[in-house]
Structures are given as structure tokens and as C-alpha cells.
Ligand binder design. Structure first.
Ligand code: UT7
Length: 345
């Protein structure tokens, strides 16, 4: 059943012209981590599917990774920096705490002097949230015609490298999509965004914000809780249910079944989460695009990195439907339905 005539956003298409990504040079294998931590390649692979991750240099921030990916996407699309009128950047690891936004830093790096630029916070769902914000702004008025939607993260700077239950899971990277009104490019057919703030403390960085600022003079014995803390099992259970909910709701409201999709691109957090969704929904694993083995969980960057790799694989044909599924801290969850375009790269 493929009845996209009923798609929710037929009237005013916004399209993705190109994807690009960048990851830091340094690769850290599971074996390397096992050299300094009570863990093993066997545990990490069997519990997560992760084999290695890319880790930023000491002086590399989210904007540095975003800049490399954004330059590539501009080059791919033959678009000049001055033509960009909107930059929406999703990150949980901004260059600075509070302000300036990483999007403004990126705007200056790229020379996008005509762009409105701002950050959004939706953790690992951030890229899909950002895509929907940019798309809505483009649909709403004539001021925005070319947008960069960015997911950029350096989680290596906010994880406790002594905590084996979190540090093995994350990697650094950035992915970017360039949106335009080119209807022969990849169409954003539908998006679905959800939030559940009751789960805020299941995945968080407890201190350093206005709720619990770092206090000068606090005893050294009371180390600030400035790193990622997670109830892994609770997040796992939420992730499986949230992905199933988004998958079924988007398919149903667009009159589609799984068989109509070419690929499902899930947030790359844990291969076991993806396998659980596949099993419960009776979807063959080959339909899921995965690269978690090479990059680990790059949070807001994970879906655009996967889309950029899928785009470069040459495996997509014009008209193919791709469903992206995200979930993350907040808690947040989201999905976006794309139709691959003949002029997309
Ligand atoms: O973008 C969203 C981000 N977060 C997620 O998606 C995370 C969702 N949750 C998960 O992916 C899984 O819950 C984890 C991968 C985090 C953990 O897997 P699990 O199968 O739920 O393991 P567990 O937390 O129940 O721990 C099992 C054992 C524990 O040892 P004991 O108490 O049974 O002796 C842990 O201490 O595994 C131990 N363990 C480790 N052992 C070796 C935890 N981390 C490690 C490690 N190496 N890195």
C-alpha cells in the first residue's frame, strides 16, 4: 500500500538537496578503552554493537566538526555561504554554556552573513526536531529559502571516562542537511515530534545549569555531577516503545506499511534497541541502516551522519521512502518521512 497522495504536506514541499558529515580523525577502539577501563571488546560489542568511535581533539568543539560538514554540504549543492538564510543547529554539547549559540559561531566560521542562526536542545532527537523547525519556517513565509540543519556533538567532553556504563557508548561527529525549495530533491513528507519530560532524570547532566550551578569553594570531596548520568535500562525500554510508537503512527497517518519503505534510519544508540524493534514489528534487519559499529552514539549527529552515508552509498533511487526514528534525553522522540529525490546527493 503506497498512498502518498494522502501525505500530510503535499502542498508546500521543502526538500533536502544534500547531506554531509564529518567525524574527528582519532579512532578509539573498544580494545583501547579496555586498556584503561574494566570493560572488554566482547562486552561492548555484545551489549551495544559498537566497535569503535571517533573522538575529538582537545581543542575541537562542536562548531569545528559542524563547520567541516557544512562546508562539504555547500560544496555538494553548489550553494554559496551568503545564500543561506537559516541555520538551525541541534546539540547537547554547545561550544559555550548558555551563549553565544554554537549556530552563531558556525555562521561566522562559514561566512553565512545573511543567515538567522540559533541552537535547539532535544538531545538525540535534535536533528529531526531541527528539520521540522526549519521546514516550518520555510513553509510559513518567503524569508527562508535555503537552510542548514545541523546535528553536532562532542559527547567525549561531557562523559566521565572512568564510568564504563556510559563512556563506551558515545562518539563525536557532525551531520548537516541543506534544505531548499527544489522539488526534485529529497522531500520531507511528514514529521512527528513527541516529548515526555517525566523522564528528564533518566538521562541527564545533573549539575552546571541554573538548577544546580557549580559552587565556588565547594569541598573537593563533593565532585560536581557535571557528566552524563543515565538509567540505561529505563532508557532502553523507553527507546524501544518510543520507536515503535513513532513508526506505527507515521505509517498509519500516511497510509503506508513497512513494505512501502526502502530504509528505516534509526538513531544509532544501541544495535540491541534496533534489533528489538525489528523483532517486535517483524521487520527484517536489512531494512535498518546501521553504522553504530563505527561511530557509536553521536547523539544529534547520528541520524544526519547515517543519512549522509546512505546518500553516498548509491543505494537509493528517486522515489524511495526513508523513515528516520530518533529518541533521546528530555525525554524526546521523533520521526521524519523522506522521499528520496533525483537531484539529491
Ligand atoms: O541516545 C540515548 C542514549 N542511551 C541509550 O540508548 C542507552 C539505552 N540503554 C542501553 O543501551 C543499555 O541499557 C546499556 C548498553 C547502557 C547497558 O546494557 P544492559 O544490558 O542494560 O546492562 P546493565 O546496565 O544491566 O549492566 C549489566 C552488567 C552490570 O554488571 P552486574 O551488576 O551485572 O555485575 C554492569 O555493571 O554489565 C556491567 N557493565 C559493564 N561491563 C563491562 C556496564 N557497563 C559495562 C561495560 N563493560 N562497559
Amino acid at each position: 500500500m503506497n498512498s502518498l497522495a494522502g501525505s500530510r504536506n503535499d502542498a508546500r514541499h521543502v526538500a533536502i538537496k544534500s547531506f554531509a558529515y564529518h567525524v574527528p580523525e582519532r579512532v578509539v577502539s573498544n580494545q583501547e578503552l579496555a586498556g584503561s577501563l574494566d570493560t572488554s571488546d566482547e562486552w561492548i560489542v555484545s551489549h551495544t554493537g559498537i566497535r569503535q568511535r571517533h573522538i575529538a581533539a582537545r581543542d575541537q568543539a562542536s562548531s569545528d566538526l559542524a563547520c567541516r560538514a557544512a562546508r562539504q554540504v555547500l560544496q555538494n549543492s553548489d550553494v554559496a555561504a551568503e545564500e543561506i538564510d537559516l541555520i538551525v543547529l541541534a546539540t547537547a554539547t554547545p561550544d559555550y554554556n548558555g551563549f553565544p549559540s554554537t549556530a552563531c559561531v558556525l555562521q561566522d566560521m562559514l561566512g553565512c552573513r545573511n543567515a538567522v542562526a540559533f541552537d535547539i536542545t532535544a538531545a538525540c532527537s535534535g536533528f529531526i526536531y531541527g528539520l521540522e523547525i526549519a521546514r516550518s519556517m520555510m513553509i510559513a513565509g518567503p524569508d527562508y529559502n535555503k537552510a542548514l540543519v545541523v546535528g553536532a556533538e562532542v559527547f567525549s567532553k561531557i562523559i566521565n571516562w572512568q564510568d564504563r556504563s556510559t563512556c563506551v557508548l558515545f562518539g563525536d561527529g557532525a551531520g548537516v542537511a541543506l534544505l531548499s525549495r527544489d522539488s526534485s530533491a529529497t522531500l520531507v513528507l511528514d514529521s512527528l515530534l513527541k516529548s515526555d519530560g517525566k523522564g528528564a532524570e533518566k538521562l541527564w547532566v545533573p549539575e552546571g545549569g541554573s538548577r544546580a550551578p557549580f559552587c565556588p569553594g565547594r569541598s573537593q570531596a563533593m565532585a560536581p555531577r557535571k557528566y552524563v548520568e543515565m538509567d540505561g535500562r529505563a532508557v532502553y525500554n523507553f527507546a524501544v516503545a518510543a520507536n515503535q510508537e513513532i513508526l506505527n503512527e507515521i505509517l498509519e497517518r500516511n497510509g503506508l506499511t513497512v513494505a512501502d519503505l526502502r530504509y528505516i534510519v534509526p538513531h544509532q544508540a544501541n544495535l540491541r534497541i534496533i534489533q528489538a524493534i525489528a523483532k517486535r514489528e517483524k521487520i527484517p534487519m536489512e531494512m535498518f541502516f546501521t553504522n553504530i559499529d563505527r561511530y557509536a552514539n553521536t547523539s544529534a549527529a547520528s541520524i544526519p551522519i547515517a543519512l549522509a552515508e546512505l546518500a553516498a552509498s548509491g543505494d537509493l533511487r528517486a522515489g524511495d521512502l526513508i523513515l528516520c526514528l530518533g529518541f533521546g534525553a528530555g525525554l524526546t522522540y521523533a520521526g521524519v518521512l523522506l522521499q528520496w529525490g533525483k537531484s539529491s546527493q
